[in-house]
Design a protein around this ligand. Structure first.
Ligand code: CP3
Length: 354
């Protein structure tokens, strides 16, 4: 691993470790994205999203854009969770205004049996971007690496695209659980390798996005999602040893089973806006740090509403006489592309002024 300059702003890392901070750290899911005119300009230059993400110079540039505009406390490498299935040969593509799709979705037992864990080489563009971002950040704020959860990746791999109810994979779950477990096992190996390589390339924290974990029941969530997340964090710790970095697990819709999640080995749990932050902190706040959870739609409202809603989130965490450590401010999901860049300034100032 290359030597990098020491980190100046350590608030995000300290919050994940439940240590005291100078101010509540804030970053936003999808902070590099279409709400920023400078992002749209580079995306146009790159031609399309896939080329943007696969070209380390472009990907580094858009990672850094929100950090130039705003006083954020972390950067997240610009990439996508679907890089892994793409590297497995599923053929990722985007239809304009349609979200991600795969040319070769997994539709048979045969296809799942033949699926290979991607070589590190096939994802080297991600690791190059991580190293480049870490160098260019020059110690300003920590860099987050990420991956999708095995379950969330499987949702796209089996359906071949996003879906409202993901009925193809859910019927597989009930009719053919053994095959689904085979797929999840391979995804878990691939995710562990992908996160390990990002840390070795310079990522200072990692986050696992389990966007579709909330489609499951409590019992199936444990068996088909949480079990594999726990496995990944476990092997990462043993493989990285002293190089281990703090981790965040975000299950959208996971607010009902935070207790179970708090034992998965993550330093922090990400919360969506449907989850009550105060209750969550009473339930698991002594065991893990929490990250969240402003409804991204708040950013479409007038400034005074944004200020009010931010203060509600802050009071809900710091309210009842808690020790006041272990909180990272974030949105409850990705920022909407309709958001005005000025609304984000109001958000960040309000968090830092609290
Ligand atoms: O947070 C960041 O700034 C880092 C970059 C990032 C992207 N995708 C860039 C992106 C991250 C962390 C992701 C994760 C991701 N990708 C998730 C998990 C988090 C979540 O949002 O639930 C999922 C489910 C995906 C899959 C994916 N990629 C979808 C569903 C889409 C379409 C979304 C849309 O709004 O159209 C993408 C494309 C994508 N990934 C965009 C960005 C900025 C929009 C691409 C564009 O410029 O057109």
């Amino acid at each position: 691993m290359t030597n990098f300059v020491p980190l100046k702003n350590t608030n995000f890392i300290r919050a994940l470790q439940k240590q005291p901070v100078d101010r509540t750290p804030i970053w936003m899911m999808r902070q590099a994205g279409r709400y920023l005119p400078e992002y749209r300009a580079i995306r146009k230059q790159a031609g399309n999203f896939i080329n943007l993400m696969k070209t380390p110079d472009y990907a580094t540039e858009v990672t850094l854009q929100p950090l130039r505009r705003y006083d954020l406390d972390a950067a997240i490498v610009f990439s996508d969770i679907l890089t892994i299935p793409d590297a497995m040969g599923l053929g990722l593509y985007f239809e304009e205004n349609h979200g991600p799709k795969f040319q070769n979705p997994l539709r048979s037992e045969h296809a799942i049996n033949n699926l290979a864990i991607p070589s590190e080489e096939s994802l080297s563009y991600v690791y190059q971007t991580v190293s480049k971002c870490r160098k260019e950040l020059n110690g300003k704020v920590p860099l987050i690496g990420f991956s999708g959860s095995p379950w969330t990746l499987a949702c796209y791999m089996v359906e071949g695209q996003g879906s409202k109810d993901f009925l193809t994979i859910k019927s597989m779950l009930y009719s053919n659980p053994i095959i689904l477990h085979k797929l999840l096992e391979k995804n878990a190996q691939a995710v562990a390798q992908h996160l390990k390589c990002q840390v070795e390339a310079g990522a200072q924290a990692i986050m696992i996005f389990d966007t579709w974990g909330g489609l499951l029941s409590r019992a199936t969530y444990q068996e088909f999602s949480l079990k594999y997340i726990t496995f990944i964090l476990d092997i990462l710790k043993s493989q990285l040893g002293d190089l281990s970095v703090p981790s965040i697990v975000f299950t959208k819709g996971g607010g009902q089973w935070l207790e179970e999640m708090s034992g998965c080995g993550a330093n922090a749990l990400g919360l969506d806006w449907m989850t009550d932050l105060d209750l969550a902190s009473q339930q698991v706040g002594s065991k893990v740090a929490l990250q969240g959870n402003l409804d991204p739609a708040v950013l479409l409202a007038p400034d005074f509403v944004i200020q009010n809603e931010v203060n509600k989130v802050m009071t809900s965490f710091y309210g009842n006489d808690k020790d006041g450590t272990g909180f990272v401010f974030n949105l409850g999901h990705g920022i909407s592309k309709e958001t005005s860049p000025d609304a984000v300034s109001v958000l960040i100032e309000t968090v830092h002024r609290f």
